[in-house]
Design a protein around this ligand. Structure first.
Ligand code: ZN
Ligand code: ZN
Length: 360
């Protein structure tokens, strides 16, 4: 049996209904009930709304727990709603979700597109760019669900279905606004995802081709040169301390490297700040050196101070036995050629000195 888990969801509702075709007043109740139903099941679920006004896509600058914020936004612009551009909306919504994901872990993001026959379909030549974006964010995890109200031969359907499938979301077809409410009730249940998205045991969590995207998303900690107290080990110092650019918490670089072992996002050197959940990155090799014991941690350094260094090194050695590493001699071919040349020169009259290969 597959392990299915559910997590707190942030739902971004994309209002793609056209004023000529669908009266906005007819859906207030359905949207309101949908949000209430979701929150009654999980009070940590949040919402946002994106809709098109004459100036383009508009949305709240963050997800909200208070569903009244969504409803009042909807009501305040009810006379200005313009035809939605699905491609632009998906792009803006997805980019917004990426920004939120940067700061918040342990969420499932759902883009719920409610659309009728009037919205501008996704031009086929935009599709590759949107597909690229969605391929990257589906690791977050991120789903697109669509409710289309209208004709089954809807012209935007094919391109939209392609994006929905890519995100492992669902495309729902209803013929009439009266079916919206039951459909939303059905969708108020959480998405089930197969595996815990970001846990240490499951690898690889972020596919190789998507890793550069997440590495790029991560901030680099800033150097701290003054005396500061590390918020992980609580030791004071002025060496090897960095800070989170988002929350400014001071930490030993080495303490974060240890922390990253359990709090990485699926890439060993990309992890979340223990204080604010912002995504950070440290040097890949540095993290590896700390995690494999080649660079001592603060605790180990303290032990080292207390103990005799020899004892400390002995202790390290009992933990991991020295391993023989075979290295290739990069000059081996040159040396062989040289020896061969000499052999030809001095037809075996002298004994040759053989060069020893250095072993590491
Ligand atoms: Zn520390
Ligand atoms: Zn932080």
């Amino acid at each position: 049996m597959e392990l299915k888990i559910t997590k707190s969801e942030d739902t971004l509702i994309f209002y793609g209904l056209t004023p000529d075709l669908t009266k906005i007043k007819s859906i207030y109740n359905s949207i309101s009930e949908y949000m209430e139903k979701k929150q009654s099941k999980d009070p940590s679920d949040r919402f946002n709304l994106i809709l098109f006004l004459p100036d383009g896509p508009n949305y709240l600058d963050h997800f909200t727990f208070d569903t009244n914020n969504i409803l009042s936004m909807l009501k305040s612009v009810e006379n200005e709603i313009s035809t939605a551009n699905i491609a632009g909306g998906v792009f803006v919504a997805t980019t917004f979700v990426i920004e939120v994901y940067k700061r918040i872990s342990e969420k499932i993001f759902r883009l719920l597109i409610i659309v009728d026959d009037g919205a501008y379909p996704i031009p086929t030549h935009y599709l590759p760019a949107l597909e690229e974006l969605i391929k990257k964010v589906k690791d977050m995890p991120f789903f697109i669900d669509v409710i289309h109200i209208g004709h089954p031969e809807y012209e935007a359907r094919n391109n939209l279905t392609q994006l929905v499938n890519l995100s492992k979301g669902d495309y729902h077809e209803i013929s009439d606004i009266s079916e919206l409410n039951p459909m939303l009730m059905e969708l108020s249940y959480k998405k089930k995802i197969i595996k815990p998205a970001f846990s240490k045991q499951e690898t690889p969590l972020i596919s190789k081709e998507n890793q550069p995207f997440y590495i790029n998303l991560a901030d680099e900690p800033e150097r701290v040169t003054s005396i500061a107290t590390c918020s992980i080990c609580f030791q004071q110092g002025d060496e090897g301390i960095v800070k989170c650019p988002s929350c400014h918490t001071d930490v030993h670089e080495v303490c974060w490297a240890q922390w990253a072992e359990t709090s990485n996002i699926g890439i060993p050197h990309v992890y979340r700040c223990h204080n604010c959940f912002n995504i950070l990155k440290l040097d890949k090799n540095y993290i590896m050196d700390v995690q494999t014991g080649r660079i001592p941690t603060i605790a180990e350094l303290n032990k080292m101070k207390k103990k005799d260094v020899t004892d400390y090194l002995r202790e390290i050695e009992t933990q991991s036995k020295p391993q023989v590493v075979h290295a290739e001699d990069p000059f081996a071919a040159d040396i062989r050629a040289m020896i061969d040349a000499k052999r030809v020169e001095s037809k075996g009259s002298k004994k040759k000195k053989k060069k020893k290969k250095k072993k590491k």
